[in-house]
Design a protein around this ligand. Structure first.
Ligand code: FAD
Length: 387
């Protein structure tokens, strides 16, 4: 068994790496364990909200220097719709997770966190006398720490399973594509949402002249299509002419899309069992909101501040649930509408009739200002500078 660390961070995504960076910079002995051995893609729309950018900059990482593209418009389209469009009412960017996560991990290591790649945790439990933690890794080795932080994102550790949330029946897919030249120009710096029976898809540019197609579909709707990706893609383009146009002549850059199931959308961790839960392990906001990364980074900042002040996991979890609970609930309500025929018609009708409806819906699912202020940011000033 290795030495006893001050902090064990399980999972090196945004939440885990951001927390490890801050604790290490404050002089703590931090062990950061990441299961993947190298750079990897993740199922994610890669919409980086202004709030996420503020947190990254505060960590000393500039997304623009990593190649992030500024996004400027949002549109929604369904059957027979040309697409309703508005200017994004807040600053937002696009950056691949492969690039962002890797940069943040390197940043944590540069601050002094001990980073182990290819180090999947199999078991996390209290140590024998109950005042610390021990983890058993997939290779059989063990590590010990005074505090444990769980940041495994979409993946639950045995014994630490999250409940199913309020909208658990969606499957997520993501594919990078190279759009036909004319369609890439027409997409420009926009985020385009297309509705189809049982789901919704988002298309946006990412660095390197690529586009990210990321979508969610109800499990039953996918099963009715034989559970096959080509059939799903055909159904989407058949029911959303706007997306069909964008994707015509597009070249997939991967052999097959990444996929994910059993996402506990709407889940918010309330209360604590002693372990600090961050990012998706603490709250899962429906994907269309594009706020999951902000929440992950917010949870890391809050956890670092609470831990360094000597507060316990219960106090942290309570504050985090207070900060993000209402927006996760609002986003889940909207997300339920987005995958039902009546709800889709309602949302498209509202977007058509009320020019401000689309930007209002987008603004409803942002991290509240008081939450950002609580971690020492001056959001109004900083967001205005980003815009
Ligand atoms: C379809 C879809 C689209 C989305 N689109 C957006 C979007 O456009 N914008 C946005 O802001 N958010 C989006 N999100 C949400 C966003 O991806 C997550 O909220 C965010 O990644 C959470 O960060 P995290 O650090 O908690 O987890 P993750 O980023 O998932 O990181 C967890 C890390 O833990 C590691 N890990 C897992 N298990 C173990 C283990 N046992 N041992 C060691 N390491 C382990 C994993 O390899 C991973 O690197 C989307 C989510 C989905 C599903």
């Amino acid at each position: 068994m290795s030495r006893r660390h001050d902090a064990l961070v399980v999972g090196g995504g945004l939440a885990g790496a951001a927390l490890a960076r801050q604790l290490a910079a404050a002089g703590r002995d931090v062990l950061l364990l990441e299961r993947q051995s190298g750079p990897h893609d993740k199922v994610c729309g890669e919409f980086l909200s202004g709030e996420a950018v503020l947190y990254l900059r505060r960590l000393g990482l500039d997304p623009a220097a990593l190649g992030a593209l500024p996004l400027d418009s949002l549109s929604i389209a369904g059957r027979g719709e040309a697409g309703r469009c508005c200017r994004l009412p807040f600053p937002a960017f696009s950056l691949s997770r492969r690039r962002l996560d890797e940069a943040l991990l390197a940043h944590a290591a540069a601050a002094g966190a001990e980073l182990r790649r290819g180090a999947g945790v199999r078991v996390l439990e209290r140590d024998g006398n109950g005042n610390g933690w021990q983890a058993r890794l997939e290779d059989g080795s063990r590590v010990q720490a005074r505090e444990a932080f769980l940041a495994t994102g979409k993946h639950d550790l045995r014994g630490w399973r999250r409940p199913p949330g309020r909208q658990p029946d969606l499957l997520g897919f993501k594919l990078h594509l190279r759009l036909a030249r004319q369609q890439a120009m027409a997409l420009g710096r926009g985020v385009e949402i297309g509705l189809f029976p049982g789901g919704y898809a988002g298309l946006q540019p990412v660095e390197g002249g690529r586009a990210n197609l990321c979508l969610l579909v109800r499990r039953g709707a996918f099963a009715a299509l034989g559970g096959q990706w080509p059939a799903l893609l055909a159904a989407i383009t058949a029911s959303c002419p706007h997306l069909a146009r964008r994707l015509s002549g597009a070249m997939p850059l991967w052999e097959r899309p990444l996929a994910i199931a059993a996402i506990p959308y709407g889940f918010v961790q309330r209360g604590s069992d002693g372990c600090w839960r961050l990012g998706d392990q603490a709250a899962v906001i429906p994907s269309f909101a594009g706020e999951g990364m902000s929440i992950a980074l917010h949870s890391a900042h809050l956890a670092a501040a609470c831990h360094l002040r000597g507060e316990d996991a219960a106090a942290f979890q309570h504050r985090l649930a207070h900060d993000v609970g209402p927006l996760v609930a609002r986003a889940t309500l909207l997300s339920r509408l987005l995958v039902r025929p009546g709800g889709q018609a309602l949302l498209l009708g509202a977007a058509r009739a009320l020019p401000f409806a689309l930007s209002a819906a987008a603004s409803l699912t942002r991290l509240p200002r008081h939450a950002l202020r609580g971690t020492g940011l001056n959001p109004a000033e900083a967001l205005a500078r980003l815009a």
